[in-house]
Design a protein around this ligand. Structure first.
Ligand code: SF4
Ligand code: SF4
Length: 324
């Protein structure tokens, strides 16, 4: 068959498929590992969870208030009929070993860094959805609950979303659309083995004090980029070698065993690998930080030089103490 005719035949076959199959095929062609469809009713589970967390942790109640906007997917897009949630796996990248344990893997392999090969994934998928004639709006829903409602992930006791093929080394992205599609079966089951609490035991600050109970204002990720400074010396001394983010409740998890495959190189990280250590960051001038590090550490406002230097100094101090 002539190439033009073969391509036409492929297109005809594609458009003969049900819309849900077309959407999933497009997600895969854009690089997503998985994709599911959910209904668009309000997330009552989120409303209950926010209420529970604010009751358990009144000190950090204010940190949950913005999330209330995500309870009803129709609040900012009344035409929403279904939700698509796609799974991006980042456990495929070879990370610079000197940065692992200091910078969260999610941030090292952050899709939002323009040099990342995954940077365009959601933009491409949005455009493909529009070509199908759909009205589309990205975000605006609680991603983990949307992923569980769409059946593509389940939520572990450390509150992370898990995919059977990639563990918790994933990001979820959602789109609200105006087509009423048959939803996939939800997955609200807990993926964790009975009696496992390895994540709770390995949380350095005790932020994750029990299954599904995380005190946000003690979580190292928050402490490294958003928390008011200074951080109490008691808490700082428990933050191990972390400079930006924390992986400890994920690296301790048996569900993540053998899920990081390091198949792909990450040239944009290799170029700056020598800068991703506590020693290098402590000595770094602001222009090098802005040019090379800020695209990775973008939760830290560019002008907050004090914060990243303090993070690096504390990481080195804690590391030296643990080696004594
Ligand atoms: S990210 Fe770190 S500090 Fe936060 S809950 Fe997990 S182990 Fe604890
Ligand atoms: S460490 Fe155990 S309890 Fe925690 S999320 Fe992983 S499997 Fe679940």
């Amino acid at each position: 068959m002539q190439p033009a005719l073969a391509s036409l035949a492929v297109n005809i076959l594609f458009f003969m498929k049900p819309l849900t199959s077309q959407i999933k095929q497009l997600a895969s062609s854009c690089g997503y590992l998985d994709c599911g469809i959910a209904h668009a009713e309000p997330f009552d589970l989120l409303a209950g969870e926010l209420e529970r967390r604010q009751r358990l942790f009144p000190e950090s109640a204010h940190l949950y208030q913005n999330m209330e906007n995500r309870i009803d997917p129709k609040r900012t897009a009344p035409w929403t009929r279904s939700i698509i949630t796609a799974v991006r796996s980042y456990g495929k990248y070879r990370l610079p070993q000197q940065a692992v344990g200091h910078i969260g893997r999610n941030y090292l392999a952050d899709r939002r860094v323009p040099q990342s090969p995954d940077y365009q994934m959601p933009h491409r998928f949005t455009e493909e959805l529009k070509k199908l004639g759909l009205r589309v709006k990205r975000g605006g829903v609680p991603e983990r609950l949307a992923g569980a409602r769409a059946g593509v992930v389940s939520i572990g006791r450390n509150n992370f979303a898990y995919h059977p093929a990639a563990g918790s080394w994933i990001n979820l992205e959602s789109w609200r659309i105006d087509a009423e599609l048959a939803p996939d079966a939800p997955n609200y089951s807990c993926p964790c083995p009975d009696n496992c609490q390895a994540c709770v035991k390995n949380c350095p600050t005790g932020a994750l004090r029990a299954p599904y109970e995380m005190r946000f204002d003690h979580c190292i990720a928050y402490l490294t980029y958003r928390a008011p400074r200074p951080i109490s010396s008691k808490l700082a001394s428990k933050m191990r070698g972390w400079i930006y983010g924390c992986d400890d409740c994920q690296t301790a998890c048996p569900l993540n065993r053998n899920k990081w495959c390091s198949k792909k190189s990450a040239p944009w990280l290799e170029k700056i690998a020598h800068l991703l250590t506590p020693e290098a960051l402590m000595k770094m001038d602001e222009s090098t930080f802005k040019e090379c590090i800020f695209p990775l550490f973008w939760y830290i406002p560019e002008e907050e030089a004090g914060r990243w230097r303090e993070n690096a100094e504390r990481a080195l101090r804690n590391q030296e103490r643990s080696e004594e």
